[in-house]
Design a binder for this molecule. Structure first.
Ligand code: R2B
Length: 291
């Protein structure tokens, strides 16, 4: 007999539907404790490789071509979120529902991203103290039913501090804790004048970036705010660590060659996965969930 429509849950963007996939999802994702999210499939694959070198670690469990979902070890899921608010919000909603259907234990989100730095040396890893919007407030403005709502965006202070302390112990890595400006668009919202028909002068852009830096912002990216707002809404601890590919106080876009940027990304990825492994070794993953 077909399932009545009111009992169907369809996770459209990752291609799962319930109750059809319930048993499969429980056997695959039932032990997940940390969901690492990142922008690109190649970064997800690098992260997965750090947890396991098996072929199975590279198997994509996303049933659409929108995202990549890897499960290198039963406790760690790695998923891509694409670029920006709309894409990240879709992934986060579907992922949380997937883990709920899996009856996974309490879990934490960790975003491992790339970003533009603000007054920090190229290749620094910025652990976000807060994710802030373009007006430098820790809230996500969204238009809901025709009115703008400001959703509180909170990262987990304990998880973020532990992550920072761990990364800070790695001598080869310059790690900074600071606010992360989450921009709505790549060009205008990030004060770039190299897009089509910029809406402001280079002088105004430099002024804004200086104001951001003075207020404690140390990097700029596009997904920390939807993550912090979503995590706060569903009560899941979340932290963000992003490697910086350019110093926006000096340049508009990365001037380093692609392979140098990939090298910077790789060393950040290795150290961040070491942090996740350390959580399991010392069972600290459970302490994080007592919020
Ligand atoms: C960092 O890099 C991407 C834009 O190039 C975006 O996803 C972000 O947050």
């Amino acid at each position: 007999m077909p399932t009545p429509i009111e009992q169907l849950t369809i996770l459209y963007h990752i291609g799962y539907r319930f109750p059809r996939d319930e048993a499969l999802v429980q056997s695959l994702f039932g032990e997940v404790r940390v969901a690492i999210i990142c922008g690109t499939s190649s970064r997800a694959r690098k992260l997965a490789h750090c947890f396991s070198q098996s072929n199975a670690a590279q198997h994509n469990h996303c049933h659409t071509d929108r995202f990549t979902i890897l499960l290198p070890v039963p406790t760690v899921l790695i998923a891509t979120h694409g670029i920006g608010l709309g894409s990240a919000d879709c992934l986060l909603n579907d992922l949380h529902q997937l883990l709920t259907f899996a009856h996974a234990p309490p879990y934490a989100f960790l975003r491992v991203g790339s970003s533009g730095g603000l007054g920090v040396p190229l290749g620094s890893v910025v652990v976000s103290r807060n994710a802030v919007n373009g007006a430098l407030r820790p809230e996500l403005p969204v238009t809901v039913l025709g009115a703008v709502r400001h959703l509180p965006a909170k990262l987990d202070a304990t998880l973020s501090r532990k992550l920072y302390a761990f990364l800070n112990k790695t001598p080869a890595l310059n790690c900074v804790m600071g606010d992360t400006l989450c921009a709505e668009t790549f060009f205008d919202s990030q004060a770039r004048t190299d897009g089509v028909q910029p809406l402001f002068s280079p002088h105004q852009a430099a002024d804004y970036l200086k104001r951001c830096h003075d207020a404690g912002v140390r990097n700029i990216e596009m997904e920390s705010l939807p993550l912090a707002a979503f995590a706060n809404r569903v009560g899941v601890p979340a932290a963000v660590a992003c490697v910086t590919f350019v110093d926006r106080l000096q340049d508009e876009t990365p001037t380093e060659l692609e392979n140098k940027l990939m090298e910077l990304e790789s060393s950040a990825v290795v150290t961040i996965t070491d942090f996740v492994k350390s959580l399991f070794v010392s069972c600290k993953v459970d302490e994080l969930m007592v919020n």
